[in-house]
Ligand binder design. Structure first.
Ligand code: HEC
Ligand code: HEC
Length: 379
């Protein structure tokens, strides 16, 4: 039946595209419950009524009300995601955010979009050890996934942005990333694009501002949720055969001898695979002029060389690894942990040699591969 629905929606989307801001989210309406392609509960009525999303929710879509608050319904293995009260999700806002996320015009020379470094096919990362922005300039850190970033208590490897909204205001003005000279410059550029003028007016009831741009992007990012991996089906849906015997051994090591769960946490109800905290594993600390990570934000000695625990969801898709991309494969990461990390004065107390056997190492890697979701968008 869906094959009939799709063209119908596309036609409606075209008819209503003036209303609904951007038709392409609606054109992606082929799998209503696939969360990671972005918001798809958007009806062709767009943002006409604030309740549009709630209506969609009744039809089994993504935005729900729980405990009187707006939340995004999560796939198996993740908790429903809270939406901040000052940036409610509306269909039009999400569609606008998606448009902005993929738009290279947010960069000075129209060559780089958020998606350039946060490619959804790679779980919202790029394939580089560090990212490349305009004019081929290299940054100092690896791009963390934008998928599931909404679950992070703080944004960036060092946690310097408190919210997705704050985070989204950074990259356009970073001279290495998107290179916009000023807020005014970007606002003027966007005002010159009729589509954006209309859509901001419709979604926010006012002119284009950087704050509203960031709100729209953040709303879109809150739809980039991905779970329901073989691990989730095994752990949270009781599907015994969802992961291999070797992966089950690996899970035992993950929570036991390997002590991985100390930082990459999961609970009886869901798995974020992060403690949302900062730890020094010694990554890069053997360099001449090391990146001091969390210390750059807090100025506290103990935070030197500490970085945010990344989630391990879709980890097989996001090589190379660590904040500086210094480990190329999951096998290398496991060897790194087996050694107890890199010695340095602030090494986290949880880091110590693990004495894993080759089979145990292989099992850990197999376990991590079971964290790849099938809902990663293929477009
Ligand atoms: C040139 C590459 C590049 C571009 C363009 C870029 N990013 Fe990033 N992004 C990065 C890197 C590198 C980091 C990590 C930087 C750090 O930790 O200091 C990052 C961090 C993030 C994070 C934090 C994730 C986490 O878990 O901490 C989010 C969210 C994000 N970017 C979203 C965006 C959005 C939205 C845009 C577009 C407005 C964008 N990025 C543009 C490279 C890029
Ligand atoms: C003390 C807390 C801690 C423990 C224990 C720990 N990790 Fe980590 N993990 C981190 C932090 C922090 C990072 C990022 C470090 C950096 O880049 O400087 C990380 C990074 C990773 C990465 C790379 C992720 C990416 O996106 O680049 C993988 C894979 C990983 N850990 C797997 C494991 C496994 C497997 C174990 C158990 C053998 C383990 N971790 C134990 C905190 C921990």
């Amino acid at each position: 039946m869906q094959t009939y629905i799709l063209p119908l929606y596309s036609i409606l989307a075209l008819l209503f595209s003036m209303e609904c801001c951007f038709a392409d989210t609606v054109a992606l309406y082929d799998k209503p419950m696939v969360l990671s392609v972005g918001m798809d509960c958007c009806s062709s009525q767009g943002d006409k009524k604030a309740t549009a999303c709630e209506k969609c929710a009744k039809k089994g879509c993504m935005i729900i009300k729980e405990d009187g608050r707006q939340k995004v319904k999560a796939p198996l293995g993740l908790p429903n995601l809270e939406v901040p009260a000052d940036n409610p999700m509306t269909c039009g806002k999400i569609a606008l955010g998606k448009k902005l996320y993929f738009d290279k015009r947010l960069s000075f020379d129209d060559t780089v979009s958020c998606a350039t470094c946060h490619d959804l096919r790679l779980s919202g990362t790029d394939a580089g050890a560090v990212s490349t922005g305009i004019n081929g300039q290299k940054g100092g850190r690896s791009a963390p996934p934008s998928i599931n970033a909404a679950y992070m208590d703080t944004q960036f490897w060092d946690g310097r942005a408190p919210t997705l909204e704050e985070q989204a205001k950074g990259p356009p003005f970073n001279p290495i990333e998107m290179g916009m000279p000023s807020h005014d410059f970007l606002v003027e550029k966007l005002k010159g694009i009729e589509e954006y003028r209309k859509c901001f007016q419709k979604v926010f009831g006012g002119e284009i501002t950087i704050d509203n741009m960031a709100k729209a992007i953040a709303a879109y990012e809150r739809t980039l949720l991905s779970a329901n991996s073989p691990f989730d089906r095994f752990r949270y849906a009781g599907e015994e055969d969802a992961i291999s015997e070797l992966a089950k051994v690996g899970m035992g090591i993950f929570v036991g001898k390997g002590r991985c769960i100390t930082c990459h946490q999961f609970t009886a109800s869901h798995a974020l695979f992060t403690d949302n905290n900062f730890h020094n594993l010694g990554v890069g600390m053997n360099e001449e002029d090391p990146d001091l990570g969390r210390y750059l934000v807090t100025g506290k000695e103990k935070d030197k060389g500490a970085f945010k625990t990344p989630s391990l969801r879709n980890i097989a898709l996001t090589a190379p690894y660590m904040h500086d991309g210094s480990e190329h494969t999951l096998e290398q990461v496991v060897e790194f942990y087996d050694r107890g990390g890199n010695p340095n004065p602030n090494l986290d107390g949880a880091m110590m040699p693990l004495n894993l056997t080759p089979i145990e190492e292989a099992a850990l890697v197999e376990f991590m591969k079971s964290l790849t979701s099938s809902d990663i968008p293929q477009f």
